[in-house]
Write a protein that binds this ligand. Sequence first.
Ligand code: COA
Ligand code: AMP
Length: 618
Amino acid sequence: MDNLDRWREAAQAVHWFKTPQQVLDDSEPPFYRWFPDGQTNACYNALDVHVAEGRGEQTALIYDSPVTDTCRRYTYTQLLDQVARFAGVLADHGVGRGDRVIVYMPMVPEALIAMLACARLGAVHSVVFGGFASNELAVRIDDATPKLIVSASCGVEPNRIVAYKPLLDAAIELAQHKPDNCVILQRPMQPAELIAGRDVDWTQAMADARAVPCTPVAANDPLYVLYTSGTTGQPKGVVRDTGGSIVALKWSMKAIYDVEPGDVYWAASDVGWVVGHSYIVYGPLFSGCATVIYEGKPVGTPDPGAFWRVIEDYQVKVLFTAPTAFRAIKKEDPAGKYLQQYNVSSLRSLFLAGERCDPSTLAWAQQQLKVPVIDHWWQTETGWPICANCLGIEALPIVPGSPARPVPGYYVQVLDGNGEQVSAGEIGALVVKSPLPPGTFTTLWQAEERYQSAYFARYPGYYETGDAGYIDANGYVFVMARTDDVINVAGHRLSTGAMEEVLAEHPDVAECAVVGVADPMKGQLPLGLLVLNAGAERATADVVRESLQLVRDKIGPVAAFKLCTVVERLPKTRSGKILRGTMRSIADGEPWKMPATIDDPVILDEITEALRTLGYAA
Ligand code: COA
Ligand code: AMP
């Protein structure tokens, strides 16, 4: 089908306050505008429309929290009531169309309610993952300049309570921009002290809140900003528009995941990541499914049968998670003994994304669950899959190691360094021909120039994904590695450049390098190599310990920065570029070539020794 015809047809499944006459405005590349003259509302399409169509009593949201021993269900009518009233709370505190609201919350239904309430008002939410530290939150506060922040007193990790409120207070202290108000959900495990005049108690505010209707917004109005890691410490604020997102996500639920209204769809991720935005909140609700908010882990809450229990309890039809979750389960229960205790016959398919899916994890999952296990490739920037085996269109044979073929609407190619297309099977830069389909990013928040230079400048006419890979003779795409300093730790995207910036702040560190090394469970882990200043005052062990703490404090526990050592020198090219790729290959025990431009080859022997002390370079 012609590209524009597909999206014109898909748009007919959406509720519009003003139906768009134009499908695509391509007058200002790379700033493409889908459905430019339409008016709609994402919250209306997620909730009101289903109640209006008579599905109000159907389950919309299931909250399952093994860490607090809670399970709660909301029908579409109940969820709409909560969202409309929380939108009233926001409106009464001055939030309106176009204002930004930061949501910094654990995996509780109120996170989803806050997001949808913003959408209801035409306000722009920016969700910050709870595992980020104050400093990262402060950077996002200064960039998004929110009128208001929604947070909770605490999060609950299996081994500890994470007090969110002190992290929030510290972030606001650090930031230049100050929000007018913070709405705080008090959780009984650890209530927080509220600051009079600024902080508002969620429950009290909701007690006498008025329900407000949806504000019609332009299709190209931003629905949200979601920050993601780039090559530097300054994260990129990915902007998603409203109309394109509704059209694409709703279409993808049927075409890719093959679900219908009423099905239970579970993305075991976090609302702080793009997977959470697209497939915990918006996609399933646009499609009238029941979505699951799971506050727990694949293992340890309480055991590796946790996922199977959730599937049985709620009759989950499709599960979506990262390969790392399955590696964690496999490690603790290789023979699948826990699976035997549950009836998971409701499950039709498992979708994996967030990192490369190694063939052995794929095979194990397939063997255990006996359903199609679908690897699919996407990014925060695209918002929904670039490549997938589209079960709702035509199930393709599964080829381990490949996320199958491009999804309709994405024109994927592999280019060499000169921008020339390479032959089948040859590795190069994975790019997508412009325009990207609806629902992908429309710009970077307050950084239009960076949008162009980071993604569209190197290969004119194409979007540069930042991934390298190849396409085989059957059109299957293989995504092999990043072409930049981004690493993937337990399915979480992190910047080694940002970690280096933090380490460089230590007064005794003269120079440093962080590389992503292979880890059997998390996929990759960051590993830091430090060169100390001559005459450094602190003992080496102290500098290492403080450096680990510095990354935890400044970026957050999610960085999982636990490997670090001191070296005499770092290997460099003659022009001074640190040879991070060579160090990573040595660490992983992969074959590597001595770079022709290396300044002093002897340094690599020293580095190999240092990596061995950390258990690498075997
Ligand atoms: N708030 C506060 N802290 C958080 C947090 C949150 N929302 N999420 C994670 N953290 C902390 C953890 O407590 C942990 O801290 P620690 O160093 O004190 O132990 C650290 O961040 C790393 O967390 P995590 O990545 O979850 O690692 P883990 O070792 O606790 O668990 C897995 C490993 C594989 C079980 C886990 O990463 C997982 O379930 N991954 C699923 C993948 C996923 O959701 N990917 C998202 C994209 S699809
Ligand atoms: P994020 O923006 O956090 O979703 O991370 C996107 C990056 O994760 C991509 O650019 C890839 O490097 C990696 N990624 C995601 N899904 C896959 C996949 N199925 N196969 C290989 N890499 C993937």
